[in-house]
Design a protein. Structure first.
Length: 252
């Protein structure tokens, strides 16, 4: 009888150990990095790649269908100046909501190599004028797996009228605006243009809407160039020596 009770206790201990092991594995799966998740997702079938937006600002969606549901890497592309402004990975992508959104905005279904080449070319352009892509870009790009951007023959155009054009976002702080201007002024007199928005200048964080909504003209007020340049000079940027022309409205 005592021996039977001992065996029962041993079975309970083993069962508890197995349960604990499963919990540990589950916690590991819940806590794995985006890098590991994206690498796993890169082997899943494509839902598709989509590009939305216009006027120099585009959102690129790279969506895969995993066993646990759709996932997506999203890239906000500023083709006028900054390249990849933001990028992030969505583990539980709401595909139905996305499809509903596509009905309300112009969205193009593109090949994965097209989407990847757009991202890579945007990075190269921005890097050439002094801007690095957002921190998560390299990790988010892993969703493309073995996609070969060289298979895309499309030649993308960057800048506006042959020059970088910085159009500040609604959440760009004054400090960020001046930091970007500091980089642009290194290009020399007359080699860039910019438009400065007057909304949310006190916001320090750059939270970006992945819908790719373009800014309306009402989001901008005419910035006083002399006041802005005075502030730039006070930050030791010396833009007054290098800025030739200032655009104060969004590009048409």
């Amino acid at each position: 009888m005592a021996q039977s009770e001992h065996k029962r206790q041993q079975k309970l201990v083993k069962k508890q150990r197995r349960t604990n092991d499963l919990k540990k594995q589950r916690n590991i799966k819940l806590n794995v990095s985006n890098r590991e998740l994206i690498l796993a997702a890169a082997r899943a079938p494509w839902v598709g790649c989509f590009v939305s937006g216009e006027a120099g600002m585009h959102s690129v969606f790279a969506i895969r269908q995993t066993r646990n549901g759709p996932v997506a890497s999203v890239f906000l592309v500023d083709s006028f100046c900054l390249g990849i402004k933001d990028s992030f990975f969505i583990r539980n992508f709401d595909l139905e909501a996305f499809r509903d959104r596509k009905k309300d905005r112009e969205t193009e279904n593109v090949a994965p190599e097209h989407a990847l080449k757009l991202i890579q070319d945007a990075i190269a352009y921005a890097r050439g004028i002094g801007f690095e892509p957002s921190a998560e870009t390299d990790v988010c790009k892993l969703i493309f797996g073995n996609t070969d951007a060289a298979e895309c023959t499309t030649e993308f155009v960057f800048g506006k009228d042959g020059k970088p054009f910085y159009m500040s976002g609604p959440h760009d702080s004054r400090e960020k605006q001046l930091r970007i201007m500091q980089t642009l002024t290194q290009l020399g007199v007359g080699n860039f243009h910019f438009a400065v928005g007057m909304g949310s200048l006190n916001e320090s964080d750059d939270h970006l809407d992945y819908d790719g909504d373009e800014l309306d003209e009402d989001d901008y007020d005419v910035e006083n160039p002399s006041e802005f340049m005075h502030e730039a000079e006070s930050a030791n940027l010396e833009q007054s020596k290098t800025v030739d022309a200032i655009d104060v409205r969004p590009a048409n």
